[in-house]
Write a protein that binds this ligand. Sequence first.
Ligand code: LLH
Ligand code: MG
Length: 384
Amino acid sequence: MKIEKISVDVFTYPARLSRDTAGHAHPGPEKLVKLAMLRIRDEDGTEGYAFGPQEVIRSHVIESFARKVLIGQNVFDREKIWHDLAHWQRGSAGQLTDRALALIEQALWDLAGRKLGLPVHKLIGGFRDKVPAYGSTMCGDDLRGGLSTPDEYARFAEKLVSRGYKAIKLHTWMPPISFAPDAKMDVKACAAVREAVGPDIALMLDGYHWYSRTDALYIGRELEKLDFAWFEEPMEEESAESYAWLAAQLDIPVLGPESLPGKFLSRASWVKNNVCDILRAGVAGVGGIGACLKVAHLAESFGMNCEVHGNGAANLNVVGAIKNCDWYERGLLHPFLDYEEVPAYLNSLVDPMDSEGFVHLPTRPGLGEDINFAYIEANTVERY
Ligand code: LLH
Ligand code: MG
């Protein structure tokens, strides 16, 4: 049961995404993009896998930290391995990130599931076999027919509802879009979507993340009139005081923190200080599935929901194993892109959604990704 080998295959696959100067994803011309697949192998030859950006698990990270900590350890000792890695972070001069911890730990969960013949959510302790999804839009853009006006958001929302979604989250306009940020435009888009989908679809807003307190308060009060389910990350999350100020004045639940560092420790301070109403954590952001479960269980202990950030196998397995999360975030979605299209390195989607808007939890052993190993082998450009 000892870990024998850790390696990374970097491969290319075609995608139609581009990133703006602030890092937000939008539709773009098809081009080959790189993705890294981390492999961890047990002495009996069983492997576990996790996918992520090459930069996060570049050869320095694998050589200097992952191999030194993992080789020879018991493959099932995830908690010990995670703490050994977390302690290395302090002396790593910022090179060993929470995102690297998350990918390494994900591969260990995948390996454990494959060895035991169980999906990871069942291994953790299953809570459900299907979960309602919200359609999470891309950020607003300036593409005609895309997400460039409130009316275009409304037309797209109608399409999402006819696809089966029972909930929609808007990401509205952010710089570098010329007029952004604009609190009034955000409210107009939210009003147009509510008008288009009627009262029975749950709606959420995840707008500009750097609004002033007063703009955030204005938007929050308008969302209350539109019966939105939550208001996500409207301000800089380093300012817990601003969130406490906002949450104290609004009835609509304020949700966060999504991108704040500090793993489950920073979330504990948010709960203790009544900084938010619904807690947030995603596997990549807090350093792994185990860390994300700690946040969810912390929230549960205080009678709060923890809405899990992001799509993908790891987040879906967490959602399948906790009670206090109402939705799975499916996206990011855009009128010009087809989320149902399977990326070339997989044989099928890990998060298929039925016509009622439910995503079904994977039943394959491990994290549940149906990996196209032949494609990856044929398109590998670097190995270490
Ligand atoms: O800024 C963005 O591009 C989105 O907000 C993105 O980070 C998305 O992952 C998100 O916040 N989802 O909840
Ligand atoms: Mg968000």
